[in-house]
Design a protein around this ligand. Sequence first.
Ligand SMILES: NC(=O)c1ccc[n+]([C@@H]2O[C@H](COP(=O)([O-])OP(=O)(O)OC[C@H]3O[C@@H](n4cnc5c(N)ncnc54)[C@H](OP(=O)(O)O)[C@@H]3O)[C@@H](O)[C@H]2O)c1
Length: 300
Amino acid sequence: MRALQFTTYGGPEVLQWAEAPEPHAGPGQIRIAVRAASVNPIDWKKFSGAMSGGEPMAGTGYLGADAAGVVDMVGEGVTGVSVGDEVFGRGQHTQAEYAVLSAWAAKPPAIDWAVAAAAGVAGETSERGLRLLDVNAGDTLFVDGGAGGVGAVTVQMALVRGAKVIASASEANHDYLREIGAAPVLYGQGVAERVRATAGGPVDAVFDVAGKTPVEDLISLVPEPSQVVSIANFAAGQAGARVTGGGRDSHPMEALTLVADLLSQNKLVLKVQTFPFDRAAEAYRTSQSGHVRGKLVLVP
Ligand SMILES: NC(=O)c1ccc[n+]([C@@H]2O[C@H](COP(=O)([O-])OP(=O)(O)OC[C@H]3O[C@@H](n4cnc5c(N)ncnc54)[C@H](OP(=O)(O)O)[C@@H]3O)[C@@H](O)[C@H]2O)c1
């Protein structure tokens, strides 16, 4: 099979769509024939070497943390899914012709492959953030970085919970934020004052998706520092905010089932831009720019 890969750290030019060994579904896993796999910032953090801890590259690196496709292998102990089923979910090395998923849900038939692929990491992360913040009906939530992959899903999932949502983006994405139901504010200096003015009352929770605003500014918005949860500023914990990277606080199967349900009801709508696998470098250049609207998705 072919897979997106790199053998040296660098920019998107190090990526190659080339032959790779086929993966196999282990216990609790499934394998899919990939129809679409999304780009997440973690992917370029990997191939740039930012996550290498200064160690030189050893072996070949592969990318991709979510995908949608057709099940062609079911691992030991897995029930409720069969060869031929159409699914989407989270996995490893998904930017390939075949990939192993560790958490999945049935793809709603009317939902496009690219949209389903885009919903894996963004959907699970949004469910996690909103659950940790205990966002409920009548609450006011501020999403810092609302127009990107995770942000746009969080905005819509918070609205489903009955919250009022304020979200930050560049000016160019304010109409997009209105379209998905958030009150837009400009990020950057003075963002906390703009959020307070827009809320016109207390802010109950902040989901820091971008990790760019000083955490003290975000904490100043909420009654308790712990009502700020960050997925991108790993130093935020020092100021009393909570930081999540998945792991134990992740409930991926439940999250993806909820995401599938919202997709099928059109309560979650994802804007996607697709690129063929052999033009992945273009998608990664856009992702690395840090100004993505919705999601970038690779397709065969
Ligand atoms: N910890 C976890 O579990 C977890 C899970 C998923 C993702 N992440 C991390 O979360 C981050 C976001 O992921 P993503 O997939 O949503 O990225 P993305 O799709 O690339 O979106 C990035 C968004 O950040 C916005 N932004 C840029 N500068 C900003 C600023 N100064 N203040 C506020 N927002 C700003 C951009 O808005 P404009 O386009 O309008 O400029 C863009 O919409 C990445 O660092 C990713 O690695 C962590």
